[in-house]
Design a protein around this ligand. Structure first.
Ligand code: 4AD
Length: 458
């Protein structure tokens, strides 16, 4: 259907005086005896295009056209609206492409995000989700551009896997047959299944990412990861999008530098490409958002040792729900205190106790900690987890044995340490978490199209 995008018409002087065809959905309608005004949105911009209908000019306004949610095709002349500087259309011909009856769920101007979550197929039609998904798209493109400009190779790691990368046992099973009494034990059951062994949905592409980095040097993945953890929080979904760069000849400081550069790069692109959306989020969801992002761009992130962070938390004049001791896994309340109250900016926490981190992380000479880092940001908490990897075969084997891991399942991974092993590292960015950070949206369910959480799928 030949038509012009609303985003092209709204602000361009070139269109003034021309006849155009536009298509879109009615966002608001005001209808009186002589005149009618429709705000039309086609999804190409957050702003609506005003359609002016002068009923005395002989233009026919079909009854179904002035209804919220109706899909229209309009032919008309572009004129400048001197009050607000944008263009509008004096309609000549109005066609209803799809009528929208009165039970359309978006009748009320502002609906609660909770209510909208119940209808993911409808909520995308609101300004909020229009803005969220446009920002999501711009950030995804920025991530690819960041890595491509630096010579990283985009690798697609498998989603169905036979190993559990984080070793945390939170994988969704992949099976074509259900377990039944027919099987004497789990082994027999798995042997009969599609792959002939236990399989699941990948929690991370890192292990395969490391394989690729040992040949291609600098790689990144950008795809879904799956976690069957039952954390029903505002920061967890069972299916999230994961950006995982992996770099050969890199140590922990290189990993940290890459992560900081990437975050700054994508925020800069967002601010340049989405000024309208940013303004919207600032006004509707987070006062001070623009200033917060400018501060991120213009200041170094803090780098804080886990051990020092524990000391700071212990000294804090706050009653935490979970007590703090060296060796404990930091809870969201601790992470947020560090980044929101103490540093008031993004913080890389480094050198965590080895017992609370994954087997593959580089063991520090102190014998107690590993060269890991989490990036914590105000308002969200952890958005990145990464590390330098253990490149020494014997040390890696020792860490795996300590955790009673099956060495056989990780034969390929261990080969990386046997054949030309080098210092290397990388990180995983939770894509939804960074979208939350830059938009000020407080619930991860509101930055992903169809959120999958415990007890919720549609
Ligand atoms: O810290 P995580 O578990 O690290 C890894 O998976 C490493 N293999 C990454 C690597 O080094 N290549 O996860 C990385 C990030 C977290 O910081 C968080 O932002 C996000 O993934 N994440 C989730 N996001 C939404 N919902 C969940 N259930 C998430 N679990 C992790």
């Amino acid at each position: 259907m030949k038509h012009t995008d609303i985003r092209d018409i709204l602000h361009s002087a070139d269109f003034v005086g021309q006849d155009v065809t536009v298509c879109g959905w009615v966002r608001t309608a005001r209808d009186s005896k002589n005149m009618a005004f429709l705000a039309l949105n086609d999804g190409t911009t957050l702003s609506h295009l005003q359609i002016v209908i002068d009923k005395n000019s002989g233009v026919e306004l079909p009854a179904e056209a002035a209804k919220l949610g109706a899909a229209l095709k309009i032919v008309g002349t572009v004129v400048e609206n001197h009050n607000n500087g944008t263009n509008e259309i004096n309609a000549k011909e109005i066609t209803v492409l799809g009528a929208c009856p009165a039970d359309y769920p978006l009748q009320k101007k502002f609906q609660k995000l909770e209510t909208l979550r119940e209808m993911p197929h409808i909520r995308v039609r609101t300004n909020t989700f229009n803005a969220v998904f446009r920002v999501r798209s711009v950030l995804a493109a920025a991530i690819h551009r960041f890595f491509q400009e630096r010579g990283f190779v985009y690798v697609n790691t498998p989603l169905i896997t036979g190993s559990d990368c984080e070793g945390a046992g939170e994988m969704f099973k992949v099976t074509t047959i259900g377990y039944s009494d027919k099987y004497k034990n789990a082994e027999e059951y798995y042997a009969d299944d599609f792959f002939g062994k236990r399989a699941g949905l990948s929690v991370s592409g890192q292990l395969e990412g490391e394989v690729a980095a040992m040949a291609l040097g600098k790689i990144y993945t950008f795809g879904p990861s799956f976690r069957a953890e039952k954390s029903n929080t505002v920061r967890h979904v069972a299916e999230f999008w994961h950006v995982e760069p992996e770099v050969a000849f890199a140590e922990l400081p290189d990993v940290i530098e890459l992560a900081e550069d990437m975050i700054k790069y994508i925020i800069k692109e967002y601010m340049e490409k989405c000024p309208e959306e940013l303004k919207f989020f600032e006004e509707r969801f987070q006062k001070g958002l623009t200033e917060k992002l400018l501060n991120v761009l213009h200041n170094d992130f803090a780098i804080v040792d886990y051990t020092d962070a524990i000391e700071l938390l212990k000294k804090a004049d706050v009653e935490f729900q979970y007590p703090v001791e060296w060796g404990c896994d930091l809870q969201s309340e601790h992470e947020r205190y560090i980044t929101e109250q103490i540093y008031k900016k993004p913080v890389f926490l480094i050198n965590y106790p080895k017992d609370i981190k994954s087997f593959y992380m580089k063991q520090n000479p102190d014998g107690k900690t590993v060269a890991a880092t989490d990036l914590l940001v105000p308002g969200v908490g952890e958005i990145i987890g990464g590390s330098e990897r253990e490149a020494d075969l014997d040390k890696l084997l020792a860490a795996m044995k300590e955790r009673n891991m099956s060495l056989d399942d990780y034969r390929d991974y261990l080969d990386l340490r046997k054949y030309g092993s080098v210092p290397h590292g990388g990180f995983g960015l939770g894509f939804e978490r960074v979208i939350m950070y830059v938009t000020g949206m407080e619930n991860i369910r509101d930055v992903i199209f169809y959120p999958r959480t415990v007890g919720n799928i549609r």
